[in-house]
Ligand binder design. Structure first.
Ligand code: AMP
Ligand code: MG
Length: 408
């Protein structure tokens, strides 16, 4: 498989070329916070408030002034402040019943938690030891007025949405959604639900998988179905998709077999770079443009499509969205398997993690690493990244790319 005349490139080279070609979508829009999840922030958000806006109690307990309580263990309770109250001033020499989130009244500077105190009617009995100025959350502990709350390029994770809300933002500026067209190619493909398969046919797994991946990324997906292995139909589909999408992602047909028409169609309708990427699984990857749209042609084998999507398409689309963090974050784990003979291609091994009693994290390889074994991607927690030419012995430290961090 693969076009032997296409250059064989490292994953880094491919990514560098794609990154250089990525132009961030220019249009921005103001959206309600409820529509902001998974969008990408278009401008820095500056706080117009301080959060929290007042010193408040971190615990249910009693508040008083440390200076006044040093020489005594008992104090009359003269005030009660709950969350949401606006207290006045605490009378000197007295204590205040206080609850979590309640403002610390003027005149108090310390909270002792209720479990450590005794109460005799309206008299507070302090424990022998307590810490002055403790259990108070200071005004501005989280955000100060004028701070940059969130930076342009931040993906609006649920936490980021919560943070924006904590600063009172009801609407925020985001980049417009990317429109991505997806097309499967192959005469053998049938859509699930379209009836039983004849011998030689398979259900199209790439289209629903890509659709799910792209939706998670916050894209507007135009699923254009499956194309037969036919040049005219492929050309026409590319033309139609280019008019309506920022990017077109196809699977299959990117080799140079007689039945592979994507390359020829793309050369006719736009511009094409076809690379053999020195990775396993993966290999052929087409990249180019049709009109204004970017074109990304992935291999047909479902695992190869999945892996090349994660390594190249997702970071590329993130770059188009203006997201600051596009790359993959690996962490070291112990290999629960060996690779005795070096491979000239960088290998991404589907693996599942276990944590041993000593706290070490081990990655166990799925027994079937074939590029058609999609069940391995469901079983796995992520990919072990084995550099080209590397020999791995069991127990060696290897980089692991978690699917969670990849958004799947
Ligand atoms: P190709 O890249 O077109 O040569 O396809 C490589 C392999 O992937 C072949 O076995 C195809 O049947 C299979 N394949 C291609 N597209 C899909 C798809 N959308 N869903 C499942 N398998 C596919
Ligand atoms: Mg095919």
């Amino acid at each position: 498989m693969g076009d032997k005349s296409a250059p064989l490139l490292s994953a880094e080279d491919v990514w560098a070329r794609m990154r250089a070609a990525a132009v961030v979508v220019a249009q921005c829009e103001q959206v309600a916070l409820s529509d902001a999840p998974m969008r990408v922030l278009a401008e820095d958000l500056h706080a117009t408030v301080t959060v929290p806006g007042f010193d408040n109690s971190a615990m249910d307990g009693y508040a008083f002034r440390a200076e006044e309580a040093r020489e005594r263990r008992e104090m009359p309770i003269s005030l009660r402040v709950a969350a949401g109250d606006s207290p006045g001033v605490l009378t000197s020499g007295t204590a205040c019943r206080i609850f979590t989130g309640a403002p610390i009244p003027d005149g108090a500077d310390t909270v002792v938690i209720q479990e450590r105190c005794e109460r005799r009617g309206d008299i507070l009995v302090l424990p022998e030891k307590w810490t002055p100025y403790a259990n108070i959350r200071r005004a501005g502990e989280d955000i100060r007025e004028g701070d940059v709350v969130l930076r342009a390029g931040q993906r609006l994770t649920p936490q980021a949405v919560g943070l924006a809300a904590s600063c009172g933002f009801a609407e925020i500026p985001v980049r417009r959604r990317l429109r991505v067209a997806i097309v499967s190619t192959g005469d053998e493909l049938r859509a699930a639900g379209s009836g039983p398969l004849h011998k030689g046919q398979i259900y199209d797994s790439n289209r629903p998988m890509l659709e799910a991946l792209l939706r998670r990324l916050g894209c507007e997906v135009h699923a254009l179905g499956a194309l037969g292995d036919d040049l005219a139909a492929t050309r026409q589909a590319l033309r139609a998709a280019a008019g309506a999408a920022d990017a077109i992602v196809t699977t299959g047909g990117v080799s140079v077999g007689e039945e592979d028409h994507v390359k020829t169609a793309l050369e006719a309708e736009g511009t094409l770079a076809l690379w053999r990427v020195a990775i396993k699984p993966g290999k052929p990857l087409a990249f180019g443009r049709v009109g204004e749209a970017y074109f990304l042609g992935l291999p047909g084998n479902p695992v190869s499509a999945f892996v090349t999507y994660l390594l190249f398409v997702q970071p590329f689309l993130k770059a188009l969205m203006g997201e600051a963090q596009t790359g993959l974050q690996a962490f070291p784990v112990r290999a629960g398997f060996a690779r005795a003979t070096p491979d000239s291609r960088r290998e991404f091994v589907r693996a599942r993690l276990t944590v041993q009693d000593d706290g070490a994290v081990w990655a166990h390889a799925h027994a079937r690493q074939g590029s058609g074994v999609l069940s391995s991607t469901v079983w796995a927690d992520g990919l072990v990244d084995i550099a080209a030419g590397r020999v791995v012995a069991e127990g060696d430290s290897v980089p692991f790319l978690p699917f969670g961090g990849l958004g799947c």
